[in-house]
Design a protein around this ligand. Sequence first.
Ligand code: TRP
Length: 525
Amino acid sequence: MDKRIGNTVINTCSVTHCHSRMPILREEERVLDQHFLHFSYVQGFTPTQSDSALFIQFTTPPHHSFHSLHRWYTHIHSYGAEKLKFPGPKHTSLSFTFNNTKVTIMVNKTTEETGVVAMDSLSLAEKDSGQGQGQAEDIVDPWNVQASSNKGIDYDKLIDRFGSSRIDEALLERFERITGHKPHHFLRRGIFFSHRDMHSILNRVEAGKNFFLYTGRGPSSDAMHLGHLIPFIMTKWLQDVFDVPLVIQLTDDEKYLWKDLKLNNCHKLAYENAKDIIAVGFDVNKTFIFSDLDFVSGEFYKNVLMVQKHVTFNQVKGIFGFDESSNIGKIMFPAVQAAPSFSSSFPLIFGAKKDIPCLIPCAIDQDPYFRMTRDVAPRIGFQKPALIHSTFFPALQGAGSKMSASDETSSIFLTDTPNQVKKKINKYAFSGGRDTLEEHRELGGDCEVDVSYMYLSFFLEDDARLQEIRQEYSSGRMLTGELKAELIKVLQQIVKDHQERRKAVTDEVVKQFMTPRPLNFTGKS
Ligand code: TRP
């Protein structure tokens, strides 16, 4: 069934029985990977029946080293049964060519015959391990984060599902070589654990060229907590290391559409949150913070419209889970979060340059927005944004859910007093310690589930001390109370410093950051 003729690999599949279907060969995957490096879909930039047909040929997900193919595969997978309705004729074979290697894949099998819909209800990872049924999935999207086990989210599985790449040693070494900076402890400790196209950004830096940073916040309450700081701390560090401009989007429009809040209140919250963001220490000469309600117009709005015209309701349904009863503001909003990825949305900063690439630090739950953005970008003549993704900041109650401002007992707020910080940690921080002193001395604490230890790994910069605590605690020499006392000291200091810096942020300073204007931008592009 598998014939090779010269440079041509022909993989013919049996028509009716999926069990006797030939698996896609490595060589074929390599050629497909090259195709999807340049195209979003089989036929270019819109999904068609050819994508569904090709998808069905995979008995297991493509090999991880084929990043582009893997990205396409997880993306098509995310459409679920929707993919049966992709437009276009049903071909019987598809051909791809790369470096004189032509691959023809017979795809004359119908979806009914292979039971693709049933397959789709299983996770990719389950297909991977061949297990099939019964395992709960972590839920991760922009509105829900819920782990299926108390160890927290399985981030390796997420990388597979989302089709991103792990931030590995090789990337960190390259980062250090090019920037001359030891990577931030968020990178070294896997708190930022996944990326898309970070190597392309480093290539540019190596070539002496520029890029810009983009991140954001949905202002739904004035009570910002420690977890909200994480992407901003990372972004500030990247701004310092690369000396590049930064845009920060405050999505007051998004919060109005999703929450039970008055429009003016959302707008006010954007300005309140801007103070906390500025207090992280951004450089006013290189940072533009904007409220969507104020700023969406002109060139920015033109880009919003281009995105809107090239993404269908079916696509956002598949990516975000909208349905016919979703308000129409929600359906179009993803285009507003996409637009800041394109330099031409900010003519005052980038002038006429339309092709300055963007790097987005964000928590992994925001990835669906940027999968959509990366998909549409080449179709409207723009570069795909690069991303680095963080894990979630765990709730005090444990890594099963993330810290959430709407649950007070789960959160340490940036407005908490030293005493509140102490009380909350002592009372709520889930402990990996043992039930009795004897047991603890004998078995040691479990750092994998201990929230205090996790928080230290976010906020205690001293590697040697963190390592020492890990050893002391897991050997049982250090008790939970002692571990918590150490964390309380660290967090009280961080919250106090933040409050002092925030006090210095006057309305005048906010106005400076939020006024559309040119930034210090060397324009080496
Ligand atoms: N949607 C995000 C939120 O609710 C806000 C946001 C807008 C954002 N643009 C972004 C977050 C870019 C990260 C990166 O918080």
